[in-house]
Design a protein around this ligand. Structure first.
Ligand code: NDP
Length: 307
C-alpha cells in the first residue's frame, strides 16, 4: 500500500514528488509515456524564476526529478492504463499490474493535438512531428512548415529557422492567439513566411515514405495549392491525459479535470496538478505551484486519516 502515487513526471508531478518525499511519504511517481512532460520538448525557458540567464527545459525538469529522488521519490518508467477511484484504497493498473494507494495526485498533463488527416498520421516520425526540439535537427537546410497560431507555433517556427532553409507558418485564421512579443519575434525573422488563412488538406510523400509536400487550401478564396515541404511540425495545442479516469472523476467536455477547490477533484484523496486541469495558464511555474498545492493537500488528507 502506497501513501502517495503521482501520475506524471513534468513540472507538476516532479514538484509534488519533491514535497511529498520531503514530508517522508515515499511517493511513487509513474513517469508516463512522455517523461518530463512538455518541458522535455522545449528549448530555452526564460520565464522560470531563479534562472536569470534562462535554462534548457529538459535540464530544468531533470533537475526537479533528481531533487525529488534525493529525498526518496521512487520513479517508475511505466504508464497508468486503468484506475478504480470509486472506493478506497485507490487502485491503479500500471502497465498491467495493479497497485494500491491511499492518495493519488494526477499530474498527467496534456499531449500534443494532431490534424488527424490519415496522410499526416501515416507520416508521423517520417517528416511529420509535434516536437521541434526533438526533430528540428533532421531538417538542416530543408523546407519546414509549422501549423498553428499560438505561442507554441511561434516558438517552434523561430527555433526551426536555426535548421531550415525556410520556415513557413500556416494558420487557419489571419489573427493569432499567440502573445504579441512572440508573434513580433517571428514576424521579424526573415526566414519565416506566413500563409493565412489556410488549412492543410493532404500531406504528400510522393511514394517515398517521407514527407515531400502538402496540399493547402486558402480559407478565404477557396484556392487549393501545393508546397514542397520536408518537415511538417504540428503545433495546434494539446489534449488532457485523463482517459483512465473517464466516468470516475468530474471532467469538463474537453476532458480536463474539474477542480473542486484547491487541488481537490470530485473524489476524496485524489488531487490534480498542472496542465491536466489547467487550460488557462499552462506554464512551467504554475504547474510546479499546482504540484506543491496537491502535495500539501495529500499530506493533510493522510494526516486527517491518521497515517
Ligand atoms: P493554443 O491552444 O494557444 O493554440 C493552438 C493553435 O492551434 C491556435 O492558433 C488554433 O487556432 C490552432 N488549432 C487548433 N486546432 C487546430 C486544427 N485542428 N487545425 C488547425 N489549427 C488548429 O496552444 P499552444 O500550444 O500554442 O499554447 C498553449 C499554452 O502554452 C498557451 O497558453 C501559450 O501561451 C503557452 N505557451 C507559452 C510559451 C512561452 O511563453 N514561452 C511557449 C509555448 C506555449 P485558433 O487560434 O484559430 O483557435
Amino acid at each position: 500500500m502506497q501513501n502517495v502515487v503521482i501520475i506524471g513526471s513534468g513540472c507538476a508531478g516532479n514538484t509534488a514528488a519533491i514535497y511529498t518525499a520531503r514530508a517522508g511519504l515515499k511517493p511513487v511517481v509513474i513517469s508516463g509515456h512522455e517523461p518530463g512532460g512538455q518541458l522535455s520538448l522545449t528549448t530555452e525557458v526564460e520565464n522560470f524564476p531563479g534562472f536569470p540567464e534562462g535554462i534548457q527545459g529538459p535540464e530544468l525538469v531533470e533537475n526537479m526529478k533528481k531533487q525529488a529522488q534525493r529525498f526518496g521519490a521512487d520513479y517508475r518508467h511505466a504508464s497508468v492504463i486503468g484506475a478504480e477511484l470509486g472506493k478506497r484504497p485507490i487502485r491503479l493498473n500500471v502497465d498491467g499490474e495493479w497497485i494500491e494507494t491511499r492518495t493519488l495526485i494526477i499530474a498527467s498533463g496534456a499531449s500534443a493535438r494532431w490534424l488527424n488527416l490519415p496522410s499526416e498520421q501515416k507520416l508521423i516520425g517520417h517528416g511529420v512531428s509535434s516536437c521541434a526540439t526533438c526533430d528540428g535537427f533532421f531538417f538542416r537546410d530543408k523546407e519546414i512548415m509549422v501549423v498553428g497560431g499560438g505561442d507554441t507555433a511561434m516558438e517552434e517556427a523561430n527555433f526551426l529557422t536555426r535548421f531550415g532553409r525556410r520556415v513557413t507558418l500556416v494558420h487557419r485564421r489571419s489573427e493569432f492567439r499567440a502573445s504579441k512579443i512572440m508573434l513580433d519575434r517571428v514576424k521579424a525573422n526573415p526566414k519565416v513566411e506566413f500563409i493565412t488563412p489556410a488549412a492543410i488538406q493532404e500531406v504528400e510523400d510522393g511514394g517515398t515514405g517521407l514527407v515531400t509536400g502538402v496540399t493547402l487550401k486558402n480559407l478565404d478564396s477557396g484556392e487549393v495549392f501545393r508546397r514542397d515541404v520536408d518537415g511538417l511540425f504540428i503545433a495546434i495545442g494539446h489534449i488532457p491525459n485523463t482517459k483512465p479516469f473517464v466516468g470516475q472523476i468530474d471532467l469538463d467536455p474537453d476532458g480536463y479535470i474539474v477542480s473542486h477547490g484547491g487541488a481537490r477533484t470530485s473524489v476524496a484523496g485524489v488531487f490534480h496538478a498542472g496542465d491536466v486541469q489547467d487550460r488557462v495558464y499552462r506554464q512551467a511555474i504554475t504547474a510546479s505551484g499546482a504540484g506543491c498545492m496537491a502535495a500539501i493537500e495529500a499530506e493533510r488528507f493522510l494526516e486527517a486519516e491518521g497515517h
